[in-house]
Design a protein around this ligand. Structure first.
Ligand SMILES: *Cc1c(COP(=O)(O)O)cnc(C)c1O
Length: 405
């Protein structure tokens, strides 16, 4: 620490200097270990926010910390002008999980979505033989695809688009899980379909397996790319590595990010083999994408998922936990309307604004995050134990009891 004469609190520093684009909780976190985080007053919390589905291994998993420390002392950045073993190995392992294809690395979910949207433009050019004609992408109502111009244009929500128009043209919107509504939007100028396998931000709305399989057939019939945004639901969160595996479909492109680095920023797009040649040298890129350090973090996440059998663990532990949470819909029927989700990606839909609940849960030591449609999102790290899951149920119960009184 550098000595300072004027001691200013973190809250004051934020107030004076940090852009006010977030409604931030009045909480300063200083340390984390596993599923727990500590604030600057020494209080501990069960972190079932996981940095918005990011800290897949919890905080400071020893294998992940060691991998980052080792790599930081060896080589952190080289740009994509040169190769590095970590990027090659992480690409191999993502291809192994998805299927024959190739991977492009970037730094965030928004960038991964942007690369997929650009892929759809190239596919449109290949399909129609001209630029600017076949640019239509059918996305879903209530979708969230990040805050960049392409992704934001694919996110039909007033609170996200307001003030930023004109948007990128070409996006139209079907009703999630209504295949006919997507089919009705297909025409000769359509290049792709883009959906989240499970919508996260809008309140944990899963695509049914039948719907995803129907989209696959629709895409095959009309030569459209099936592009899945797995930024939030991917990397083990649902008990499968990719959430679409539950439906048994193979998409043409997958966007991933959040959980992939376990807290270190990294994004990636997998593209199916028959479409990988659409990108040619110079057609897309990013300075930082897939650095040795970011890929070391990603490799450590995959190592731990495999070594600790986290996919099996999430599947096994989440069943009874979700069953317990679902009891709230009968025990607190006036407050809890529905419980949705899969694995460690769960939404509790309330009858009213979730904000006071999120605060009350935090005051009792449980961190969760709200989502659209009056939903509380519960996102434990993949390493959460049955005791920690049980503890979360206890805290929820106490808060629902207190609100009923
Ligand atoms: C979070 C999220 C994004 C955006 O990711 P950033 O890393 O915040 O840019 C895109 N799509 C989905 C489904 C997300 O949940």
């Amino acid at each position: 620490m550098t000595p300072s004469i004027v001691r200013t609190s973190t809250a004051e520093l934020y107030d004076a200097n940090v852009l006010k684009n977030y409604a931030r909780a009045p909480l300063t976190l200083v340390r984390g270990k596993g599923t727990q985080v500590w604030d600057d007053a020494g209080n501990s919390y069960l972190d079932f926010t996981s940095g918005i589905a990011v800290s897949a291994l919890g905080h400071c998993h020893p294998h992940w910390v060691a991998a980052i420390q080792r790599q930081a002392g060896e080589l952190i950045h080289v740009s994509n002008l040169y190769r590095h073993p970590n990027q090659g190995e992480l690409a191999r392992r993502l291809v192994q999980r998805a299927g024959p294809g190739r991977v492009f690395f970037c730094n965030s979910g928004g960038e991964a979505d942007e690369a997929m949207i650009k892929l759809s433009r190239l596919h449109g050019v290949a399909k129609s033989g001209q630029e600017g004609k076949c640019i239509k992408v059918i996305a879903a109502k209530n979708a969230f695809h990040g805050r960049m111009f392409g992704g934001m244009s694919a996110t039909p929500q007033e609170k996200i688009q307001k003030g930023f128009r004109p948007l990128v043209p070409g996006f139209v919107f079907g009703e999630l899980n209504n295949l006919q509504s997507f089919a009705d939007l297909v025409d000769a100028d359509t290049a792709a379909i883009l959906v989240e396998s499970i919508q996260g931000e809008s309140g944990i709305n899963p695509c049914t397996p039948e719907f995803l399989r129907g989209l696959r057939q629709l895409c095959d019939r009309h030569n459209l790319l099936l592009m899945l945004d797995e930024v939030q639901c991917g990397i083990g969160r649902t008990g499968k590595f990719y959430a679409f595996e539950h439906a048994g479909v193979l998409p043409d492109a997958i966007a991933m990010a959040k959980g992939l680095g376990g807290g270190f920023p990294i994004g990636a797009v997998w593209i199916r083999d028959r479409f990988t040649d659409l990108f040619t040298p110079g057609s897309h890129g990013t300075t930082f994408g897939g650095t040795p350090l970011a890929c070391a973090a990603g490799l450590a996440v995959l190592d731990v998922i495999e070594r600790e059998s986290l996919l099996e663990t999430v599947t096994k532990r989440s069943g009874p936990w979700i069953a317990e949470l679902t009891k709230f819909t009968t025990d607190f029927a006036s407050q809890v309307l529905a419980v949705r989700g899969r694995g460690y990606l769960v939404g509790i839909q309330l009858a009213s604004d979730p904000a006071p609940y999120v605060t009350a849960l935090r005051e009792r030591g449980l961190l969760v995050v709200s989502a659209g449609g009056n939903v509380i999102r519960v996102l434990p790290p993949l390493v959460a134990t049955t005791d920690e899951l049980a503890k979360s149920v206890e805290i929820f119960r106490a808060v629902f009891e207190a609100k009923r009184a």
